[in-house]
Ligand binder design. Structure first.
Ligand SMILES: C[S@@+](CC[C@H](N)C(=O)[O-])C[C@H]1O[C@@H](n2cnc3c(N)ncnc32)[C@H](O)[C@@H]1O
Length: 271
């Protein structure tokens, strides 16, 4: 398979940045290696032809496949555990004391294969206990990668995916399958609604969010794209609501949120 030519790579970088936010300028080797086998399996003999076809508006299937291949979906249960402790100790008590209609709005933006949203649901379960059913704590979890969303909805993970979880959590929230994999139990699975959503698109929402978790997504964006997205996220966060980011992601001072602690931000409550 011939490698991507300079001109085609430049067009690919512009296309992905303009439509999906990701900055691939320094990811040439990654693009070459990830797309080579996909292009071959689609019957292409050179990468450029595959990429040009996938960028054309007429071929949605190839375009979806291209984006799926270029995203990085690394994630795991209780990743960056400080967020889950903070959620239990601060966010959920705040929600409990302020959300009078019991309709809790939580958005996991860039959820990949689902482990982050399910981790949040476990923490909600541990916090509310038997009283959970009196609250609407459905989590909205979105991603651009349709393959990741299939895995997320199935909620089946290889045995080593639960390695970092306590035995108590594994026993309580998973069922071991005959082949040794683990499936998230139905009540936790049903507490998360997975949808495809491109963070570059307009955010349409019914009610502002109490908590948005957008972690390890913006590291792939340029600082301008990241700043613009954070302002839009702030626009759909409730006053007093929270934003979690990845620990490697910095926000600009005028983003609309105030800094609480590393990777935790809050929209100032209304006075
Ligand atoms: C490294 S994963 C992070 C997963 C999880 N949030 C975590 O911290 O473990 C980054 C995710 O962002 C998603 N992503 C990248 N660009 C996106 C976009 N424009 N809209 C929605 N999701 C996007 C990718 O598909 C990928 O699943």
């Amino acid at each position: 398979m011939v490698r991507i030519t300079d001109g085609c790579f430049e067009r690919l970088v512009c296309f992905i940045k303009a439509n999906y936010g990701m900055d691939l300028a320094n990811k040439r080797v990654l693009a070459d290696s990830r797309l080579a086998s996909t292009a071959a399996s689609e019957g292409y003999h050179d990468l450029d032809s595959y990429i040009e076809d996938a960028m054309s508006p007429d071929n949605i299937r190839l375009r979806t496949q291209l984006v799926n291949r270029l995203t990085t979906n690394h994630t795991y249960f209780m990743r960056e555990a400080e967020h889950f402790t903070f959620m239990f100790e601060k966010v959920l008590p705040y929600i409990e004391s302020t959300v009078t209609d019991r309709d809790v709005r939580i958005w996991c933006a860039g959820c990949s294969t689902g482990q982050e949203a399910y981790s949040m649901s476990m923490v909600i379960d541990e916090y509310f206990g038997a009283a959970r059913h009196r609250w609407d704590t459905t989590i909205l979890a979105t991603d651009i990668n349709t393959d990741a969303l299939i895995t997320a909805r199935n909620g089946i993970y290889p045995a080593d995916a639960v390695d970092g979880l306590s035995e108590e959590r594994v026993d309580r929230y998973f069922t071991r399958q005959p082949d040794g994999s683990y499936r998230i139990n139905e009540d936790i699975r049903n507490s998360v609604v997975f949808k495809r959503f491109n963070l570059m698109d307009e955010i349409v929402y019914k009610k502002p969010f109490d908590l948005i978790s957008c972690r390890n997504v913006m590291i792939y964006f340029s600082s301008e794209t990241k700043d613009a997205l954070v302002k839009r996220l702030c626009g759909c966060t409730k006053a007093g609501g929270y934003l979690f980011t990845g620990h490697a992601e910095n926000l600009s001072r005028d983003c609309g949120y105030e800094y609480i602690s590393p990777a935790i931000f809050r929209k100032p409550p209304e006075c």
